[in-house]
Design a protein around this ligand. Sequence first.
Ligand code: F0G
Length: 488
Amino acid sequence: MIISEPSPVIASLSLQRCIEPGCRASYGINERLYVCSRCGGLLDVELSEEQIGEARSLRSLWRERRRSFDVPDRSGVWRFRELLPFGDSPPIVSLGEGNTPLYEGPRSASYCGLDALQLKHQGCNPTGSFKDTGMTTAVTQARLLGVRLLVCASTGNTSASLAAYAARAGLLCAIMVPEGQVSHAKLAQSLDYGAKVLEIEGNFDACMRVMRELAHDESIYLVNSINPFRIEGQKTVAAELAEQLDWQVPDHLVVPGGNLGNSSAFGKGFHELFKLGLINRVPRITIVQAAGAAPFANLFLKHERELTIEVPSFDIVNLDHPHTLASAIKIGAPVSWKKAWRALHWTGGQVLTVNEQEIADAKVMVGRDGIGCEPASATTVAGIKKLVAKGAIKNDEQVVAVLTGHLLKDTDYVIKYHSQQLTISEEGIPENEQRIVGNFSNQPVKVEASQSAIKKVLERVHVQLLCLLKCASRLLLRIWGRALIALG
Ligand code: F0G
């Protein structure tokens, strides 16, 4: 079986199309556009329906490719290239992205009140976040278009990813970030990968505005998630996840929401897989936003009953001063909100918010599963806990939380949490919510460098563990006793 040749059928049939129902203008696949030139609507890459016949035979081909040593086959994105709009032998720029683990998270599950919880760890990508799955396709498209300078606005992860992929492609890149609001780890990545780092006084939304204006210049290529080729790469994660679950989709897929590209991509991914007959239902997509940066959750609250509409005509009310310590999703004007709405429409989805304390505690629980993630990713586990508590997710349902970034992306946050120094002091936050309590804090112990001193500390840990075990067994006995009484 030939497993490294791109499918010739699909690419030639792709085009770009405006998502606005009243417009639906279409454009060639190699036109350098970000939004519809007729109405300003968001653009989709559209694959031809004629693929359906062939797609059914692709499951085994995709799986087989994992055994190959060819770069496109090894990539968890390009392995699914029949779902992508690229022609024969595109000049692929890859760092071996995708193929990320789907972990069981038993401690996170019990924290949420679930029988089981699976964690799809997108932080295990080459630059430590999910952005790589979209950057490989966007930078490949840039090469096809012959652009030399790539740009993005970022809260840190998009920029780190772009910097790496541009370096890999030998292209120039400039990233714009809000000064003092990006974690050092993310900034360090961009610097080492050789990006021109532009810091502005202002937030992510201001960066995004400037970059969109700049991108009118023909020599510059914008690779934020408004670029439909980013979404194409990211949507393959839906196929990868479905494959990991033997093509049975979970009941719920839970993702954090910032600029709303990722939720849009999952929506498109599952919708296409369903249309292709590769899955027989779609998971319900839940988007979780930080309470202080939740324009989309506000919109959902107001218009939930209009979820029957695929692409809404009403508008979102942006926030001028979003705030959250989950800096990756500190966004007040999400660019892709209409596509995210469409994802909710397709999957019967929902949106909710979680506060800073909930995010911080949930993050530790993901860590206790030996996995870890950055704060923005932990909104998912915090959100699931809330939904289980109110009965919106049943404890025996199959739930997958998408962890979007690696634990090491924001160590400053981690250290502050564990040393009870995590605070958010923004206007509008009540004083009693400004300090985040380290409910599960785990502080380093200063100890003399002698055997006896160390043993004493370890004995204390041992006693604490035994106490914990005793409490847990007492609790179990009580539950068991109650169950026996209930059974008569
Ligand atoms: N999680 C992480 C770790 C992120 O970095 C982001 C977005 C999100 C979630 C939200 O994803 O925007 O697709 O809804 N980070 C962007 C950046 C904004 O510039 O790195 P989204």
